[in-house]
Design a protein around this ligand. Structure first.
Ligand code: ATP
Ligand code: PRP
Ligand code: NIO
Length: 475
């Protein structure tokens, strides 16, 4: 990954420069969290931490970067010198990639000198917002496919090269099993997969000649695109001719791909033709702007589809193209003294949670059934009964007591020097394990139930104390 230290908003440099001059001995503790789930879902799949770790490991400014910043005539010499000799002095704790996370829960917490930690806002949000968005969308599509494999086909429609590359990584975290994107396959160890484009068929004198040439070239990888001319009158009959010849020569025919028209009707008819020809093993792949709304419609019609190629809708998260994760100051530390901080906003749902926190997932004792999350101050011990209040500021502010639970902390401190860049399929498996722990009603695609996320009485009291102090100041 190239050095992304300059991928930031100008105001980060402007604040960092001022922090160094005004508050040189103050450290900032920043939380990264989001407020709204894309597509009206109930959770987001956290993704992108491996790239965050890479960026932090390599965070430095080249001579050309410093010269450019100097040319803006905005910044102090001492600040530019600090950038030129940059030594990252930040610590990071984070939830693991693949974990389903809920609104307002800190995915990542960064602590460091204000002048450093502020500089990380833009690039960290860029990475985490993008990958978590695509992983979340891929989870929805995978869920809709009910176990049928999803091939990621989106490189041509992604918003630029990085979105194709890291979007594919995120799509696999969310459940895709292979990709047509060779760079992503190479870089992340994802199986490379694919069929053929219409140009292959158009280039030959006939569809049959095109299929035959393909089968000769790739006798054990013969996935044939059958919709160039007429799926049922030409594509499938020609594919059957080629598959029979392949079988006779001792090869295993792979499948057909349908990429246009009424996919339910065409796949049912194609299945009948293939079965009647003694080719029940031939798989049917569907593609063409598929997503988690079209796939269930196809399956509800009884479309006999074995797998899906998914491009534009997944790689761009077309139905919900933004995850608005934010980077908010939760506390400062000066000469060892911790000061919780809050942003009190006119819109009550934007008021932040102060202090250094930990998130806990609560399980029914002796089970893997998660039933709620609790955000607490990091130095709190969770007592039973635990007094909590809904973390959603728009809910009624009513305390309740939680009694029977096993609490598992979700954020872990990350050792930048040692943090392993985990295998994407290990992350996918972890995501599936963690998804399995959530109540079924929170996972459905339409109007999912929201999962309870509470804050402890102590954290709630701290928030209200800071809000009151702010009100007194204003008055
Ligand atoms: N039976 C079906 N039920 C619901 N949606 C379907 C069904 N069959 C296809 N679709 C979806 O409808 C959308 C439009 O299909 P259509 O065949 O009109 O595509 P198109 O883009 O016009 O075709 P082409 O790719 O040849 O230009 C696509 O998202 C496709 O996946
Ligand atoms: O629809 P997506 O989910 O993005 O899947 C990838 C699409 O990419 C290819 O189309 P191509 O670029 O050849 O254009 P087409 O729309 O004419 O098929 C392929 O045939 C799929 O239709
Ligand atoms: O291999 C394929 O079939 C493929 C790859 C990218 C986009 N559409 C289809």
């Amino acid at each position: 990954m190239r050095n992304l230290s300059m991928l930031t908003d100008l105001y980060e440099f402007s604040m960092a420069n001022g922090f160094q001059r005004n508050l040189p001995h103050t450290r900032g503790i920043f939380d990264i969290f989001y407020r709204d789930v894309p597509d009206h879902g109930s959770f987001v799949i956290a993704a992108g931490l491996a790239q965050v770790v890479q960026v932090l490991r390599d965070f430095h400014f080249d001579a050309a970067d410093v010269a450019y910043l100097r040319s803006l005539n905005l910044y102090d010499d001492a600040f530019l010198t600090m950038l030129a000799d940059f030594q990252l002095d930040c610590t990071i704790s984070a939830v693991p990639e693949g974990l389903p996370v809920f609104p307002r829960e800190p995915l990542v917490t960064i602590e460091g000198p204000l002048a450093q930690a502020q500089l990380l806002e833009t690039v960290l949000l860029n990475i985490l917002n993008h990958q978590s968005l695509i992983a979340t969308k891929a989870r929805r599509i995978t869920f809709a496919a009910q176990g049928r494999p999803i091939m990621e086909f989106g490189a041509r429609r992604a918003q630029g090269p990085d979105s194709a590359l890291y979007g594919t990584r995120a799509a696999v975290i969310g459940g895709a099993v292979s990709t047509s994107n060779v760079l992503a396959a190479q870089q992340f160890g994802i199986p490379a997969a694919g069929t053929m484009a219409h140009s292959w068929i158009e280039a030959f004198p006939s569809e049959l000649a095109a299929f035959q040439a393909w089968a000769q070239q790739y006798p054990d990888n013969s996935a044939l695109l059958v919709d160039t001319y007429d799926v049922l009158r030409s594509g499938v009959p020609n594919a059957i001719t080629v598959f029979k010849a392949l079988k006779a020569a001792g090869h295993q025919p792979v499948g057909i791909r349908i990429d246009s028209g009424d996919i339910a009707y065409l796949s049912k008819q194609a299945r009948k033709q293939l079965d009647a020809a003694g080719l029940p093993e031939v798989k049917i792949t569907a593609s063409n702007a598929l997503d988690e709304t079209v796939i269930p419609a196809l399956l509800a019609e009884g479309a006999p589809l074995d797998n899906f190629g998914i491009g534009e809708k997944m790689i761009t998260s077309a139905s919900a193209p933004v995850l608005s994760g934010v980077y908010k100051l939760a506390a400062t530390r000066t000469n060892g003294q911790l000061k919780p901080k809050i942003k009190v906003s006119a819109s009550v749902e934007k008021t932040t949670l102060p202090g250094i926190k930990q998130i806990y997932r609560l399980y029914r004792p002796g089970t893997h059934e998660a039933f709620a999350d609790v955000m607490a101050l990091a130095d709190e011990t969770l007592q039973t009964p635990l007094a909590v209040v809904d973390s959603n500021p728009l809910q009624t502010h009513k305390y309740l007591a939680l009694t029977a639970f096993t609490a598992v902390p979700l954020q872990q401190s990350i050792n930048l020097a040692q943090a392993p860049l985990e295998d994407v399929f290990a992350i996918q498996k972890f995501a599936q394990t963690k998804l399995a722990e959530l109540p079924a009603e929170t996972k459905r695609l339409v109007n999912p139930a929201s999962y309870p996320v509470y804050v402890t009485q102590q954290l709630d009291a701290l928030q209200h104390q800071l809000i009151d102090a702010f009100k007194q100041q204003v008055n």
